[in-house]
Structures are given as structure tokens and as C-alpha cells.
Design a protein around this ligand. Structure first.
Ligand SMILES: *[C@@H]1O[C@H](CO)[C@@H](O)[C@H](O)[C@H]1NC(C)=O
Ligand SMILES: *[C@@H]1O[C@H](CO)[C@@H](O)[C@H](O)[C@H]1NC(C)=O
Ligand SMILES: *[C@@H]1O[C@H](CO)[C@@H](O)[C@H](O)[C@H]1NC(C)=O
Ligand SMILES: *[C@@H]1O[C@H](CO)[C@@H](O)[C@H](O)[C@H]1NC(C)=O
Ligand SMILES: *[C@@H]1O[C@H](CO)[C@@H](O)[C@H](O)[C@H]1NC(C)=O
Ligand SMILES: *[C@@H]1O[C@H](CO)[C@@H](O)[C@H](O)[C@H]1NC(C)=O
Length: 243
């Protein structure tokens, strides 16, 4: 065998492996759009198939099609934090790489208002690495306060705080503040209240000036995320250049 024959094989092997990988993705995934509720899910998003458990793309973009979370059927993205609910997708703009979502965990806390469950995670830490909060949002802050701290905070009319249904006997209760501007550094330390734990979540920018008493509607209206190009595409691109 001549040396030229070996170099021929060395060139072809990666190509064969590449097409095998493409077949694996294609079958049952095929990059074709799938519907969930009112939405068409296409690349980079993909719907988890509980039957096969097959992966059809970046783990950041996997969604389950479910109606348990919000009362209507929608794709739900996973949370980056363990044992916490993710984000139900209301709409996707593939052109703008933008999506309209609801933080499902916050909706759940409101649904079980008297069960001593409090919002725990800031929405930002539940986002998987490919997603960013759109700066066009404003914020809502939940304050989990002792009874004494809550009474003191509500008395300060300048804060515009509203009481919520979320409480635990007379141990603690949750207050809400709205209209807190987006901060690119994610530091909302200036909004801390003594005797209260703060949890920050985005709401639509159009809710600027809203009354905190409307917190249920404001949370249900969701907010906007943007996404970055998924890593698997960048890899494919490099391979093409190598060849
Ligand atoms: C789906 O579309 C129908 C018809 O436009 C609308 O009534 C319904 O609210 C939509 N559902 C969701 C979850 O957006
Ligand atoms: C949705 O509810 C059904 C019936 O209660 C249950 O079998 C299913 O596991 C739930 N799905 C999720 C993702 O919680
Ligand atoms: C969903 O997004 C598309 C694309 O941006 C837009 O044309 C459409 O009006 C949106 N639908 C709803 C119900 O917001
Ligand atoms: C809520 O506030 C109460 C009273 O300060 C505190 O004991 C409890 O740990 C807080 N829970 C969370 C999840 O922050
Ligand atoms: C949520 O954000 C607030 C304000 O920035 C911060 O004080 C708090 O520690 C954060 N909570 C968690 C659980 O990261
Ligand atoms: C917000 O709404 C509550 C309940 O409807 C009302 O009592 C309060 O005066 C409103 N606050 C402002 C600033 O409008």
C-alpha cells in the first residue's frame, strides 16, 4: 500500500463519521418544525421526546410540550436550577431571536398562596446559558418579610408595595413592588428592605407605571428573553472551514 492510499482514508474517515452523526440526528428529529399548542418549534428549539429520550440539539433549547404549568398547552424550557420550574413559551420570534415567556415557578407560588411556599430564585439564575433577559423589561420584586418588617414596609407609601396572598400563618408574608428598572449588572442591592428577602423577576416594559396590586396579571403577562446562537452550529461551521 502506498502512502497516498492512507492519506486518502485519513481524509475520508471524518466525513463518514460526520454523515453518521447527521443521520442519527435526522431520524425522529430531522430538523423539521413541530407544533406545540399554538407554536411552531424549529431550530434551535426542539421538543423532548419522552419515549426515545433522543437529543435533537443543544440542551439549552429543549422544551417539553405541556399544559400542566399554565393551564394551556405550551412548550416549557428547563430551569438551570435543580427542582425548580422553568419558562413556558408564549411566542417566539426567530427573526429577532426573541421569545416571550412566563416564569412558571412564580405562577405556582401564587396558586398555592397559603402553603408556606415562597419564591426562591431570581428569574435570571434559572436561565440556561444561551438566554438573556431583554433590557426592554422592567422588574417586579417579591419581598418575603417577617410580619413586623412587612408592616413597616407597607407603611412607607413611597415604595408602592402591595400585599400578596402569599403568606405563612403569622410567620412571614410576601410583598410586591413593581416598576424597578432593568439593571445590566443584575445588582438590585439598592432595593433591599430590612427584614425581607428579595427575589427579582422581569415583567414587560409596557407595565411601567402599573399598580403593584395587579401583580397576578403582571406575572401572567410574562416577559422577553433573547437567545444566542447555540454552540453546535458554531462547531459545524468550524468543521466546514477545516475541510
Ligand atoms: C392560541 O390561539 C388562539 C386563536 O388565536 C387563541 O385564542 C389562544 O389564546 C392562543 N393560545 C395561547 C396559549 O396563546
Ligand atoms: C402533567 O400531569 C399529568 C397528569 O396529572 C402527569 O401524568 C404528568 O407527569 C405531568 N407532567 C409534568 C411535566 O409534570
Ligand atoms: C408572535 O410573534 C410573531 C413574530 O414576532 C408576531 O408576528 C405575532 O404577532 C406574535 N403573536 C402574539 C400572539 O404575540
Ligand atoms: C422568608 O422569610 C422568613 C422570615 O424572615 C424566613 O424565616 C424564611 O427563611 C424566608 N424564606 C425564604 C425562602 O427566603
Ligand atoms: C436575588 O437578587 C437579589 C437582589 O439582587 C439578591 O439580594 C438576592 O440575594 C438574590 N437571591 C438569590 C437566591 O440569588
Ligand atoms: C393600587 O391599587 C390599590 C387597589 O386597587 C389601590 O388601593 C391603590 O390606591 C392603588 N395605588 C395607586 C398608587 O394607584
Amino acid at each position: 500500500m502506498s502512502a497516498s492510499c492512507w492519506s486518502f482514508r485519513a481524509l475520508w474517515l471524518p466525513l463518514v463519521l460526520m454523515s453518521a452523526a447527521a443521520d442519527e440526528q435526522g431520524e425522529g428529529c430531522s430538523g423539521s418544525a413541530k407544533r406545540c399548542g399554538n407554536l411552531t418549534m424549529s431550530d434551535p428549539f426542539w421538543l423532548a421526546d419522552e419515549g426515545t429520550g433522543r437529543s435533537c440539539g443543544s440542551p439549552d433549547f429543549v422544551a417539553v410540550c405541556d399544559s400542566n404549568f399554565t393551564g394551556f398547552t405550551s412548550p416549557v424550557l428547563r430551569s438551570a436550577m435543580p427542582f425548580s420550574d422553568g419558562f413556558a413559551i408564549l411566542n417566539i420570534s426567530y427573526e429577532d431571536r426573541s421569545l416571550h415567556v412566563i416564569d412558571v415557578g412564580k405562577v405556582h407560588v401564587l396558586q398555592v398562596a397559603n402553603s408556606c411556599h415562597v419564591p426562591i430564585w431570581n428569574s435570571s439564575v434559572k436561565l440556561r446559558p444561551s438566554f438573556r433577559i431583554d433590557p426592554a423589561n422592567v422588574n417586579l420584586i417579591f419581598y418575603n418579610c417577617t410580619e413586623v418588617a412587612a408592616a413597616a414596609a407597607v407603611a412607607r407609601s413611597d415604595l408602592g408595595l402591595a400585599r400578596t396572598m402569599v403568606r405563612c400563618g403569622n410567620e412571614w408574608e410576601v410583598l410586591v413592588r413593581v416598576g424597578v428598572p432593568y439593571d445590566v449588572t443584575g445588582n438590585y442591592g439598592g432595593y433591599a428592605l430590612e427584614g425581607c428577602h428579595a427575589v427579582v423577576m422581569p415583567i414587560m416594559g409596557s407595565s411601567t407605571g402599573a399598580n403593584a396590586s395587579d401583580y397576578e396579571r403582571l406575572i401572567g403577562d410574562g416577559f422577553l428573553l433573547t437567545w444566542l446562537e447555540p454552540p453546535h452550529r458554531a462547531r459545524k461551521f468550524t468543521r466546514q472551514i477545516t475541510f
